[in-house]
Ligand binder design. Structure first.
Ligand SMILES: [Fe+2]
Length: 387
């Protein structure tokens, strides 16, 4: 077997390989960070891996503190508190360490430390990112502990706006971590149901990027291989969490998904964001539930592309139906529920959610143009299980 180790610089400098978290102090030093703020979530903060990282940094002479007041689906108050912690501790860099919530919070804190405008002024709309004081952004090191979000290589953070229960995308190209440590050993302890849900988030990134109707052959190539890795290794990682090869390949597939989705996302994410913002459903799980309904909805736009996808995935018949069938079977094998109703989205939700789904920035990447009433209909299908 090829050694699963390498140093990559596309698009971010990635130090990949089992056990490489020991290089965290060196990674800080390579970026000139002397006093990192380690941003994580309260659950992870209690685990030995955070203690070990903190101890290693301190032993290497770095003045490292932990900030863990970050909730699942982080809100503005988490970012404000993190910025205050960073300023009062005089930190000169951020280690964003954890799943999507911790990574997104860490990146947003690194952005906001040097800004005078409010967070929502940097939402991913038009050219709002040009409002950012670039010199004020702290360098960030990304350390993912789940294989799904890919936020470690992404240029944005998803933050919930509690005023209207919407998920907003905060964007600046320089929010991308300068360096990533991808260590699959950090993902070994993930329970099977979380492995399944975040793995399907990685699939939705690769799949929606591949489906987005824009010219971006590099993203398409990355997305194809990302999906092949997920087909081969996600069932293995769910079946046996200690399978380090499966964990390593899923971590790559996750980083590949977020790399590819610079091309665009689509209606899976548009539908998913309002569900999480209103009913606190898990992001990856929600994407997994809506996936086949969205594919069916987009069928006419995808038939040609999916012949190539089915061939690459080595499905018996190279067709749209083969891909759809594979997605449905994969969901079953790894224990994903079939409808949004199964994960707590009420039947009267579509009227409330459809407008927000339409307004989501992901909507522009959907291969079939969408209207608010289309989203309402799609929500009804996802809730009732009508494929
Ligand atoms: Fe996602």
């Amino acid at each position: 077997m090829t050694t699963l180790r390498g140093n990559w610089n596309y698009p971010t400098l990635i130090r990949f390989g089992a056990g490489r978290i020991v290089e965290l102090p060196d990674a800080c030093k390579s970026l000139g960070i002397k006093s990192p703020l380690l941003v994580t979530d309260p659950g992870l903060a209690k685990l030995p891996m955070i203690d070990a990282a903190l101890t290693a940094c301190r032993q290497a002479g770095l003045r490292c503190e932990v900030f863990s007041d970050v909730q699942a689906n982080p809100i503005e108050a988490n970012i404000t508190a993190g910025v205050a912690a960073s300023k009062s501790g005089g930190h000169d860099g951020v280690i964003a360490f954890g799943g999507g919530s911790a990574l997104d919070a860490g990146k947003a804190i690194a952005l906001m430390v040097g800004q005078s405008r409010p967070l929502w002024d940097f939402e991913d709309r038009e050219d709002w990112y040009t409002r950012v004081n670039v010199a004020g952004i702290l360098p960030t090191i990304g350390v993912p502990t789940t294989s799904g979000t890919g936020s470690e290589v992404g240029r944005a953070s998803v933050i919930t706006d509690v005023r209207d229960h919407s998920k907003k995308i905060i964007f600046h190209p320089r929010m991308q971590p300068r360096l990533v440590i991808d260590d699959p050993e950090l993902t070994l302890g993930l329970p099977a149901h979380i492995t399944a849900a975040v793995g399907m988030d990685a699939l939705s990134h690769n799949l929606e990027a591949y489906c987005a109707p824009f010219f971006h052959p590099m993203a398409d190539g990355i997305a194809l291989e990302g999906m092949r890795l997920i087909k081969e290794y996600l069932p293995r990682a769910v079946e046996n969490g200690r399978d380090i090869e499966a964990r390593a390949q899923m971590l790559i597939a996750s980083s590949m998904g977020a790399t590819a989705f610079q091309k665009g996302l689509g209606a899976m994410h548009s539908l998913s964001h309002p569900c999480s913002a209103h009913f606190n459903t898990h992001h990856g799980l929600t994407n997994a539930v809506v996936m086949p309904y969205v594919l069916s909805w987009n069928r006419t736009e995808l038939e040609e592309r999916f012949v190539r996808l089915a061939s690459y995935l080595n499905l018996k018949v190279p067709s749209f139906d083969s891909v759809l069938k594979w997605v449905i079977e994969l969901r079953k094998v790894i224990g994903i529920p079939n409808t949004l109703a199964d994960i707590g989205v009420p039947v009267d939700a579509p009227a409330k959610l459809a407008r927000q789904a339409f307004d989501d920035p992901s909507t522009s990447g959907n291969p079939r143009p969408m209207r608010t009433e289309d989203f309402a209909e799609l929500y009804r299908d996802c809730i009732s299980g009508k494929l």
